[in-house]
Write a protein that binds this ligand. Structure first.
Ligand SMILES: CC(C)(COP(=O)(O)OP(=O)(O)OC[C@H]1O[C@@H](n2cnc3c(N)ncnc32)[C@H](O)[C@@H]1OP(=O)(O)O)[C@@H](O)C(=O)NCCC(=O)NCCS
Length: 180
């Protein structure tokens, strides 16, 4: 299978790939994240700043460790959904959004966009897919733990209709959305 065909491959039981156009007119393909995408992570991670990695994982780390990359790409689709933003020409990974089940009713989401591509609408597009995925999983609500200083994620959640409450730790807020 050619790389292009591979990227376009329709995954059973999940959303068909879709193309979006970012604010800088670049085209991006959104599709389910696959186990073999673990190979794309190191190049993606090299374009993620230490600060953005900390905002995503809530702890400082110089790179995403291999064992964590494995867990992020090899998950049970009965309990999670994840979506990759792919650069059509190169097949490079540009961003990832995911949700995994915490209980029968609720899931936790996370999203990470390449640092040089922030503010172009990719995070929003990935969150839209994540919310679709959460509904597919039969979840009634999603929550995210967000560092208080993460104004971009808080703004994005506000736009999507999330409500906010104090989290267990003082530096975190809990953002929750009921899914209709
Ligand atoms: C948070 C994050 C996912 C947002 O993705 P993004 O592609 O930059 O966001 P978008 O361009 O889709 O913007 C969505 C909304 O976020 C807010 N936003 C994004 N960038 C912003 C900025 N520089 N200043 C203010 N608000 C901003 C706006 O409300 C924006 O709404 P708009 O689309 O109507 O302008 C991205 O910045 C990121 O990966 N950050 C590091 C990791 C992280 O914080 N993950 C979230 C923890 S779960």
């Amino acid at each position: 299978m050619t790389q292009a065909a591979e990227i376009e491959r329709r995954d059973a039981f999940d959303v068909p790939p879709r193309r979006i156009v970012l604010a800088d007119r670049r085209e991006v393909l959104l599709r389910p994240l696959r186990p073999e995408d673990d190979a794309l992570y190191p190049e993606f991670d090299s374009h993620v700043s230490d600060e953005d990695r900390r905002l995503r994982f809530l702890v400082a780390m110089r790179e995403i460790p291999q064992n964590q990359i494995f867990r992020l790409t090899h998950f049970d689709r009965k309990h999670g959904r994840a979506y990759a933003a792919i650069e059509p020409g190169s097949g490079r990974l540009l961003g990832v959004g995911r949700v995994h089940r915490l209980s029968d009713d609720e899931g936790e989401y996370a999203v990470l966009v390449r640092s040089d591509l922030k503010g172009l609408g990719l995070g929003h597009a990935l969150m839209d897919l994540v919310l679709e995925g959460a509904k597919e999983l039969g979840l009634r609500s999603v929550l995210g733990l967000i560092l208080r200083e993460n104004v971009n994620m808080i703004a994005l959640c506000r736009e999507l209709g999330f409500t906010f409450s104090a989290a267990g730790e003082a530096n975190l807020v809990e953002a929750r959305l009921r899914l209709s």
